[in-house]
Design a protein around this ligand. Sequence first.
Ligand SMILES: C[S@@+](CC[C@H](N)C(=O)[O-])C[C@H]1O[C@@H](n2cnc3c(N)ncnc32)[C@H](O)[C@@H]1O
Length: 485
Amino acid sequence: MTVARTPSRKHSSTPGQRPGRPPRSSQRSGRPAAPQVYDPVEVEVTLERPAHGGYSVGRHEGRVIFARLGVPGERVRVRVTEPKPKASFWRGEVVEVLEPSPDRVPSPWPEAGVGGVGGADWAHVRLPVQRGFKTAILNEQLTRAGVDLAALAQAPEVLALPRDADGAPGAGLGWRTRVQFAVENGRPGMRPARSHAVVTAGSNPLAVEAIRALEVESHRFDGVSSLEVAVSSRGEVCVALGLESPDAPRDPRALAGLVPEAWGECVSVLALVPRADRAGRDEVVVRGSAALVERVDAGRFGVREFEVSGTGFWQVHPEAAAALVATVLEFAEVQPGESVWDLFSGAGLFTAFLADQVGPAGRVLGVEGAAQAVLDAKANLATYPQVELARGDVLQWLHRWQREGAVDAPDLVVLDPPRSGAGVDLAREVGRIAGQRIVHVACDPASLARDVLQYQENGWSLRAVRAFDLFPMTQHFETVALLGR
Ligand SMILES: C[S@@+](CC[C@H](N)C(=O)[O-])C[C@H]1O[C@@H](n2cnc3c(N)ncnc32)[C@H](O)[C@@H]1O
């Protein structure tokens, strides 16, 4: 057994359990059990394969070890911070590489190493190999869930966007147009993986140059708890400062002192002031504009511009929106006059291009939960009489639609849910209602597999899958799936 205990661990008891701690629950006192605290342990492992979540998996004495910052094939020492004795698996970080993989490279983001910020899970691996891991994880998630891949012309593969192609200068770096900082005691930073701490993000090489030029971490932001930066495809920069106190002023002049002088007049700044009941936040434009303009060139499907709130959702990689629109439309083969649902429609990205395809005789219904996104979409789609927008939770909206029978069932349903996916209930209902095609866009392969299985159980089969590495250096990627009856 190669378990190296940390120097602080002096006595032995149950492995990983701090000696002398009280038992889990105290039946006699009836008081709630104190949370269990563990001393970290270090174990030596040979990493075997990549796993969902940015981990490499190995085994130690029969127990599965999920290790961050490793590479499959390596022999490593892993530090496990919560070594629960009865757990079937432990999670940890590679603190020493004993036998390195030839695919290991120096990380371009040293601050994202051991104990550092999360969000660069595979930065220490050659870029094409990162994509290979993502391809393996996508296939594993689909097959493990029981999704039938037999009707696919080719096995699912995660592809690079043009600017990240092998050999392209700066491939995999400088793509992040949206970055969130946490602020603690006035000091901005980022959070480590699975932690609430705030640590220095430093060089942040995944961010676009306009974000790095702000040098956010060299400024203080007293009274601020979060800071989000967004840069549009036209280079406009918008910073949203989340204030801590509902008592903060709503007058832009009184908030101007929050903005570092070094940022100059070109940077728009918003203050998000929590309401007294904490039910929402008032948005105060301290300087510049609250909206960004995003241009999307989707090749043969046209070019469109979108106005998006600086705090609203937009695809993060500069080439993401165009790649997703082109793939969704290529898969969907929309015909003039068709009826389409665009569920989780955001600021109307797919809705607009779908509306072009169905033409004036067709109909596109967009459903979105975020109020500001619906306002943005209304403005972006004002010239399309064939578009209707609904605001609300998609599943609740669908139940209402079923009760009221308000519109005809759609020929095509496009869904682009958040990371948690559509969910079993929504996927089941969409599977029952959709006429001929479903195009499902997913940023998490596990929830995609679960949702696709649900479609499959309602008589649909997976016809095409195309995945993109929209988040190089991280564990994330995006998949577009076409389902047919
Ligand atoms: C991944 S984004 C996609 C937006 C849009 N398709 C795009 O590409 O710009 C997911 C969207 O779903 C919205 N959303 C999340 N959960 C929702 C729910 N339960 N009901 C309605 N909308 C939801 C979010 O506000 C967000 O705009």
